[in-house]
Design a protein. Sequence first.
Length: 128
Amino acid sequence: MQPQPLIAVADVPASSLWYQQLLACKSAHGGAEYEQLVNSQGQMILQLHAWDAHNHRYLGDSSIASRGNGMLLWFLVNDFAAALVRIAALQIKVLQGPLLNRNAQHREVWLRDPDGYTVVLAGQHGEL
């Protein structure tokens, strides 16, 4: 089993570019209404869906400002230092960190994406 998270966004191409630059991933679908992002092994890591496309009644309500209340988009990254360089270059809003999470035995940084979702990038376990 492999999770395939899907988030609703205002601008699929812009969000796709943002995540591609942040996560060093690539587009596997492309389009104005739907996108699949894959890692370097071709595994899907995130789906992006336009709020108003395809009439999915359980996708959510774009008029509600809160995004992902109680949910985090958490990504394990292979090179935490390189991720920090990308974050700085992209001038991404950092909510917290980088910090050392001794319980999880890794480093992490908490971010806000363009649609208001909280994104966490975590280093490899034991990489303190």
